[in-house]
Design a protein around this ligand. Sequence first.
Ligand SMILES: NC(=O)c1ccc[n+]([C@@H]2O[C@H](COP(=O)([O-])OP(=O)(O)OC[C@H]3O[C@@H](n4cnc5c(N)ncnc54)[C@H](OP(=O)(O)O)[C@@H]3O)[C@@H](O)[C@H]2O)c1
Length: 284
Amino acid sequence: MALNHAHSRVLVTGASGTTGSRLARQLAAQGVAVTAANRSGVGPRGTLGVRFDWYDISTHPGALAGAERMYLIPPSRDPDPQAVMVPFLEQAREAGVRRAVLLSNSAIPSGGPGTGAVHQAIAAMFDEWAVLRPSWFMQNVTGNHMHAQSIRTSATITTATGNGRVGFVDAYDIARVAVEALLSPTPLNTDLILTGPEALSYDDVAAILTDVSGSTITHVHVSVADLRALYETAGLPSASAQFLAALDNAIASGIEDRTTDTVERVTGVSPRSFREFAAAEFRI
Ligand SMILES: NC(=O)c1ccc[n+]([C@@H]2O[C@H](COP(=O)([O-])OP(=O)(O)OC[C@H]3O[C@@H](n4cnc5c(N)ncnc54)[C@H](OP(=O)(O)O)[C@@H]3O)[C@@H](O)[C@H]2O)c1
């Protein structure tokens, strides 16, 4: 898709996170002016790092300065992100932002809980918008996700997903779609379910990780109730533990057993497979 990004500054929130860091780097590599916002105020090379905290409104005008487009990562683990995000959306519109791209997830439709309310608000408030609804990230087995941590500590992944399958997607591919959603001459004005090229069970994931690393990784099957108890023991608030365990239950029921052609349709390049990702990025 041809890009027309002359004179556009893009605000990337969550710019130190899994998708935001990749997006900020991809935009900067294309010569786009990027404001990289997070609580530390440090952005990737080639971007303008600004300190930004969803809960500190004194940091909001600085993040919005000069921005015409923005990528929004909701505040982490906030069960009601609309409370801080909708006033920010209003302020952004007044400050001259004309295009908003939200990262939500495949399990939550417009009007649903959490980011579902922000999804609905963005579509109503902006003439130019997109909501990215990725399936589970491949990077959950690297980085700081609890699966990555349990792989490092005990070579296990514990889920209540049974044999349910998930269309795991690479955060790099999510960022590539976000570039298009932010810069395409014609706004997408829709939500996009993003998956990788195949749906895999966690048994499949463990087998691929074992294969590429040479170390045995085991998928430990537990019940939804046991998973919830495990999360609570690990210190998660009860509501979050219940929500995450319910997501595993939904996967077990087959709800995430799907793939879409959206990454290739939007970017012109097919998404990376889990095996390709693991060979390139998984280390134990
Ligand atoms: N993991 C998955 O499988 C999956 C699948 C679908 C959707 N998602 C969605 O992806 C989102 C997370 O995106 P991500 O993985 O790209 O990010 P991430 O790696 O979780 O990082 C969160 C980012 O937000 C920033 N942040 C956290 N609290 C903040 C605050 N109070 N104010 C301002 N910035 C704050 C963090 O930077 P600082 O800490 O430096 O401020 C960091 O840059 C979640 O909403 C999740 O629902 C995840």
